[in-house]
Design a binder for this molecule. Structure first.
Ligand code: AMP
Length: 477
């Protein structure tokens, strides 16, 4: 979980990077950073907090350059330390490098030990630094960027979508399984590569396509070059991007997330119909699912909980009483929509079960008679090692409980999770092209102590390049 963006443009890029990061804010709220290349050196600014808290106009004005990368961080590997804020910067002879990464390496520790033994010094506890070390070590040895990325794809195990500037050139690459999303878009005078298409939309650009799993893209003033460094027998796109993580208005690997969730909502009704007075979302994560359920069932969509959208991370909660009050301030039950009513309540997922239990309690205390919980994901049974912040098996409510036990624990009248088959059908790609580790406990990469179905990855030399002196048209990509 993190958001990344890289932009190359005819004009200055710092404000565009800022707007793009703003659009990706849901992917990480812990820190934000931007690095730009001004023709001579890299300028950077990073800080803790939300994009709007970190940057102001004078700061963005100082980040000069036509090319840059940005990052919003949600920590998975590496603790909440200032030195883990991205982008990371490296200089070597006349090369100025800035790198931003979304994903999680499962062989971080062994790679770090190996590179430490080779004399490398690490200054952060982030796996991004390991990626950077593997890459820069190879570059220092005289290899080309293509060869260095080739080595990265051979050595790194896990998920990595990366954007990087080296002097005035923007590069990006995505792990051969395409676990985390990454797409390229065209703006009026340049190109943007970002975690989600919503960042392209924020700049008024056009989505060109997803960066392919195992692909390296090079974007410069001369044009775009796409090199397929590695090809897997099948990808493993993170299923949780569709369930919860990506914004509903994002197009991820060809599917509009909103439509996927709406289809799931319809299928939830087909799998678990119920007679009720109304169907209501847990705002905002349950909204698109709820619309699908309402369409499928004909039961009216009625909001029963209103979310306060202005409650930031800085809300003061010194004690338990204040924490309880915070729930009420964050979500206000609409009493007249609840009193004496039977409600279908729809949300995207149940992780620990705390949220659902609290919300059901709140709805009952406001008079709801029956609460039929419908969930847009199958039961989450196992942790994620590949970049989504999921707790351990002990903390996951469904890891060792049957659905009826979970129902009792969250005090719902009835409970139904969507089946994996229906979820996969709604996404519209083969089951084998998705990472379903958190649902099945079976992962697409080798993880110690876990079951895996490793993909075969072929490294190929064939590449094509467009070097037209101007940006290429999307048909050529
Ligand atoms: P809980 O069951 O209390 O752990 O919370 C589950 C709710 O948190 C879901 O309804 C989601 O909307 C949201 N959620 C799911 N996965 C995550 C995650 N990895 N990080 C933060 N929130 C999440």
């Amino acid at each position: 979980m993190c958001g990344i963006v890289g932009i190359l443009d005819a004009g200055e890029v710092s404000f565009s990077l800022y707007y793009a990061l703003y659009a990706l804010q849901h992917r990480g709220q812990e820190s934000a950073g931007i690095a730009t290349f001004d023709g001579a050196t890299i300028n950077k600014y990073r800080g803790e907090g939300l994009v709007a808290e970190v940057f102001d106009t004078p700061t963005l004005g100082r980040l000069k350059g036509h090319c840059g990368v940005g990052h919003v961080r949600y920590p998975t590997t590496g603790t909440n330390r200032p030195e883990n804020m991205q982008p990371f910067l490296f200089e070597f002879q006349d090369l100025h490098i800035a790198i931003a990464h979304n994903g999680n390496l499962v062989n971080y520790t062994e790679l770090r030990e190996e590179y430490e033994q080779r004399g490398q010094i690490f200054w952060s506890s982030s796996d991004t630094e390991v990626i950077a070390k593997v890459f820069t070590d190879e570059i220092r040895g005289g290899s080309s960027v293509e060869d260095a990325v080739h080595l990265c794809m051979r050595r790194l195990r896990g998920s990595y979508s990366v954007v990087m500037i080296i002097n005035g050139v923007l590069y990006s690459f995505r792990d051969p399984l395409g676990i985390k999303p990454l797409c390229i878009g065209k703006t009026r005078t340049g190109y943007i590569i970002a975690s989600e298409s919503v960042a392209v939309d924020a700049l008024g650009g056009t989505l060109v396509r997803d960066v392919r799993p195992g692909e390296l893209m090079r974007v410069s003033e001369e044009g775009i070059a796409c090199t397929q460094i590695a090809v897997a027998n099948c990808p493993a796109h993170c299923i949780f991007e569709y369930i919860y993580f990506s914004r509903a208005d994002a197009v991820v690997d060809g599917a509009l997330v909103y439509d996927v969730r709406r289809k799931i909502g319809r299928k939830l009704y087909e799998e678990a119909p119920v007679n009720a007075d109304s169907v209501a979302p847990v705002p905002d994560s349950g909204t698109a699912y709820t619309i699908g359920y309402a369409e499928g069932s004909g039961i009216p969509f009625v909001e029963c909980l209103m979310k306060n959208r202005y409650m930031g991370r800085t809300f003061i909660m010194p004690n338990q009483k204040a924490r309880e009050q915070a729930v009420r301030i964050k979500l206000n039950p609409v009493r007249s929509h609840l009193e004496g009513k039977s409600i279908v309540l729809v949300d995207d997922s149940i992780v620990r079960g705390t949220t659902s239990r609290r919300i059901i309690e709140l709805m009952r205390s406001s008079g709801a008679r029956e609460i039929h919980m419908r969930i847009g994901s199958p039961a989450i049974k196992a942790p994620c090692y590949l970049g989504v912040d999921m707790p351990t098996r002990e903390e996951l409510i469904a890891s060792n409980k049957a659905e009826n036990e979970v129902r009792k624990s969250i005090t719902a009248t009835t409970l139904h999770h969507i089946s994996i088959e229906a979820l996969v059908e709604a996404i519209g790609m083969p089951h084998g092209h998705l990472c379903t580790g958190c649902l099945t406990g079976c992962y697409p990469v080798q993880i110690e102590g876990e079951i895996d179905t490793p993909r075969a990855v072929n490294f190929v030399d064939g590449s094509f390049q467009t070097n037209l002196g101007t940006f290429v048209e999307e048909e050529d990509l």
